[in-house]
Design a protein. Structure first.
Length: 541
């Protein structure tokens, strides 16, 4: 017999006077949608989760939720390019939530108040080697230690931090902040061996009894290009310049410094040598909108007096001068030589054309596949050699601190599964909470709080941190701008608008449920939910 319309399948002994739910064709359900900020975070942070605690003023709990995914919040709050904010639904209402600002505030609070990570799990008896103490290696070591594994980091350099220390200037990342967050990881029992270069990964694992390894060697080798030059021309790569900034003896570059390239490293070098009293000029063959550097970095460099020559390329370098050829865009937007030349004074030329990874530690290891200077890995981050995993700059990906931290966590989860003869299966993602799921008129306008900047004179003459952080008042305000996209925050709207009193409050923190005996399926609750945490679904027949 075919199903009858639901309107006439009444329960025996009931009356329309008291049970109205039998007339429904659709019913509301509570659900959790995926916030776009969470979805956009390369480190996999539960951003909305820790903002929830921050907006209630429970900063330590907010920090503890944050560090479940990322052990370096004070660092990330300074150097992450916050793709989460680019995805934030609030950006279509007034301006994105200052997620990165609040993250920095929480990270700084943790350092100031001495918050420590929770104790690791019971010892597993497994031993894991991490090669490289940069963001990816530190992240992997942290997560593996939390799981109870014995972790040893072998770092070729004299200090931990990798490209966070040797590639990011102090005016963007103060070293005391980096040191504090590294030390907190080591306090968990992670062993760090500095000045310890791994020459052969397979041999190191065998000699020291490691059950698995994670390779996280940073891109420390500056790329070169052929520039016709005289014997006296002083040409150096950008990575060497930034690395030498960490020592007591600063690089001898002279007063007129040409920086060749258009990425963030080129801008970092130019801004650094400006602080040393030099007069930098950035030479880049394309236009500003095509430069790999983030536009706000370019803008800050221009404010500090860095000169940038767009549509230019170096043709010759000699002692005390370089020859630059001007370029012009063709009808397809590609730069083409014009035959028009210009001579610029130059005591030195710094090449900022990208970096490569030293892969010599992989020689003789079977099963590995290397393409274009990067190690190929499977979806579980393992190379073609069983037990050897890789991430960060070593694998094909965007080379940022945030991506590297995310790789470290992902690798740790897969290494843990592999050590236990299992396969890690990430939880399925909820459907995305797009702006179309939000009722923006429920939220008051509240523009984003802008972080303070150091005055221009000090920016030009010192390595003091350029951008300040938020105070508690501003951080609290910023956290409270979160729309809680896709997840109930118990505003009581559904409870208030239901014409049938079919919404039942379950108490603080427990949300609501529906009494379907009385719900007519009118959809008022779903229509009026500010954050899109209710969905209408077809009625079961």
């Amino acid at each position: 017999m075919p199903n009858k319309p639901f309107a006439i399948t009444l329960k025996p002994g009931t009356s329309l006077a008291n049970l109205t739910g039998t007339w429904r064709t659709t019913r509301p359900v509570y659900l959790d949608r995926l916030p776009p900020c969470n979805n956009a975070c390369p480190a996999g942070e539960n951003i909305q989760g820790w903002l929830f605690h921050a907006e209630s003023g429970d900063y330590e709990q907010a920090w503890r939720v944050l560090v479940q995914d990322n052990p370096l919040p004070a660092v990330m709050g300074r150097v992450c390019y916050h793709p989460c904010e680019g995805a934030c639904n609030r950006g279509q209402l007034d301006s994105p939530v200052g997620i990165n600002s609040v993250e920095r505030f929480l990270g700084d609070e943790a350092i100031k108040l001495g918050w420590k990570f929770n104790a690791p799990a019971t010892a597993s008896g497994k031993k894991v080697l991490v090669v490289g103490a940069g963001p990816s290696g530190l992240s992997a070591a942290y997560h593996l230690a939390r799981m109870g594994h014995q972790v040893e980091i072998h770092e070729a350099g004299p200090l931990a931090g990798g490209m966070m220390r040797f590639g990011i200037p102090k005016y963007r990342l103060p070293r005391e902040v980096l040191d504090a967050e590294v030390q907190r990881i080591l306090d968990m029992g992670v062993t760090l061996k500095l000045n310890t270069k791994v020459e052969n990964i397979a041999l190191s694992m065998k000699q020291h009894g490691f059950d698995a390894a994670f390779l996280a060697v940073g891109a420390h080798i500056g790329k070169r290009t052929f520039i016709p030059s005289g014997d006296a021309a002083h040409i150096i790569d950008a990575v060497s310049v930034l690395r030498s900034m960490e020592g007591e003896d600063k690089p001898m570059l002279g007063r007129k410094v040409i920086v060749y390239g258009g990425g963030n490293t080129a801008i970092d070098v130019a801004r650094s040598v400006k602080r040393m009293g030099a007069e930098p000029i950035v030479v880049y063959r394309r236009t500003r909108d095509k430069a790999p550097a983030h536009d706000f970095e370019i803008e800050e460099a221009l404010q500090e007096g860095v000169m940038i020559k767009w549509l230019s390329t170096i043709k010759q370098a000699d002692a005390g001068a370089i020859t630059v050829e001007k370029m012009a865009l063709d009808d397809k937007g590609y730069p083409q030589p014009t035959g028009e030349f210009e001579t610029l004074e130059a005591d030195s030329v710094v090449l900022a054309l990208g970096q490569d990874v030293d892969l010599s530690l992989l020689e003789g290891v079977s099963g590995l596949e290397i393409v274009d200077g990067t190690v190929q890995v499977s979806p579980n981050m393992m190379t073609g050699h069983p037990g050897i995993f890789a991430g960060g700059d070593m694998v094909p990906s965007e080379r940022t601190v945030t991506v590297a931290v995310g790789h470290g966590k992902k690798a740790a989860l897969n290494i843990n599964a592999w050590l236990n003869d299992a396969t890690y299966e990430p939880a399925p993602k909820h459907e995305l909470a797009g702006f179309d799921k939000i009722n923006p008129w429920y939220y008051s306008d509240a523009d984003k709080t802008v972080r303070p900047m150091l005055d221009i004179i000090r920016r030009q003459t010192s390595f003091d941190e350029v951008q300040g952080g938020l105070d508690e008042t501003n951080a609290l305000f910023e956290a409270r701008r979160c729309l809680s996209c896709g997840n109930c925050f118990e505003c009581d709207n559904c409870y208030g608008v239901c014409p049938d009193n079919a919404v039942i409050k379950l108490g603080p923190g427990k949300r609501f449920k529906f009494n379907y005996d009385y719900c007519k399926g009118c959809g008022m609750c779903a229509t009026e939910c500010p954050c899109g945490a209710i969905k209408m679904v077809p009625e079961e027949t």
